[in-house]
Ligand binder design. Structure first.
Ligand SMILES: [Zn+2]
Ligand SMILES: [Zn+2]
Length: 306
């Protein structure tokens, strides 16, 4: 009898400790992916709990919240409440006259990188070059959304001219660039004609994204969103070799809009599925375990000094 009570008390105390750990937002050491996971591309939800719901649901250990001024306070609150679960970047529209001042202050206030930068300018334009200089001076990375084709979910074009971006990679060797979005991933293929966002079918080797990653130590890749997921799935044999080739420069991200890490309430590419789960599943299938671990945890935590 006393044994039974003892055991029940023990189990209750275990449950209480586990609940306390969840409340404190402590880092889960291992999870369903067989590795800790860093999501380098998550946009803040309406509440701190909403952010936690997505990382817990998708099996993510820690997420970098990417935000502009509108949600900066929410990102800051998430980092303050759960410092082992969240970090944050700062972003703004680079065409605004106060953009550089805003970003410098945000970094001084705790942002550990700039992004995602999604501005309707040329990637080599003067507004962006001022940012690259700031990032080099503060030793913080810049995540750039490269988009050459108008999309219903993302109207306009942003940070255009990836095919000539080697000029910036050369001109700013001390700036750490993280490439993201449809033009970045479509340009793994040498035949990308900038006429569609998510090209299908076999990849033609020799695209600028592949070349720049090989040639420039200051370029990294953000494997988030439908753009990276489409790349992984259009030519899996090519993708598997690409993951091996650039295993020290690729970082998992989700850019997922679903609520719960299981696809509820997602929009666009996340409609009916969690893009974090989809891409983690693809990476696990295509990469050997040590490379998977680099892409989903080690590369990002090293680069961002987490
Ligand atoms: Zn983006
Ligand atoms: Zn999701």
């Amino acid at each position: 009898m006393s044994d039974t009570i003892g055991r029940r008390e023990f189990l209750q105390s275990v449950a209480a400790v586990a609940a306390a750990a969840r409340v404190a937002g402590q880092t889960p050491a291992a999870n369903e992916w067989g590795s800790q996971v860093l999501d380098i591309h998550l946009h803040p939800r309406a509440t701190v709990e909403g952010n936690l719901l997505h990382v817990d649901g998708s099996g993510v250990t820690k997420a970098v919240l990417l935000t502009g001024a509108a949600a900066e306070d929410r990102a800051r609150q998430s980092v303050a409440a759960y410092p082992t679960r969240f970090a944050r970047f700062a972003s703004t529209d680079m065409t605004q006259p106060n953009a550089i001042d805003y970003l410098r202050k945000a970094a001084q206030g705790g942002a550990i990188g700039f992004g995602e930068i999604k501005s309707q300018v040329a990637a080599a334009g003067p507004e962006m070059q001022r940012l690259y200089a700031l990032a080099a001076g503060m030793n913080l990375p810049v995540t750039i959304h490269f988009q050459e084709v108008n999309q219903p979910n993302s109207p306009g074009t942003f940070n255009t001219g990836l095919k000539q971006f080697d000029a910036m990679l050369k001109k700013f060797p001390k700036t750490t660039f993280i490439g993201h979005a449809d033009a970045f991933w479509a340009n793994v293929s040498a035949d990308y004609a900038e006429d569609t966002s998510y090209p299908k079918g076999p990849i033609k080797p020799g695209g600028v994204t592949d070349k720049f990653l090989a040639e420039f130590p200051n370029l990294y890749a953000d494997m988030s969103a439908n753009s990276a997921n489409n790349f992984l799935n259009r030519d899996p044999e090519f993708a598997a070799a690409f993951l091996l080739r650039h295993q020290n420069k690729l970082m998992f991200g989700s850019d997922c809009s679903c609520a719960d890490g299981h696809g509820a309430g997602g929009r666009g590419a996340s409609a009916g599925r969690c893009i974090a789960r989809a891409t983690l599943t693809d990476l696990k299938r295509l990469a050997p375990p040590d490379v998977f671990r680099k892409i989903v945890w080690e590369n990002g935590t090293r680069l961002l000094k987490l």
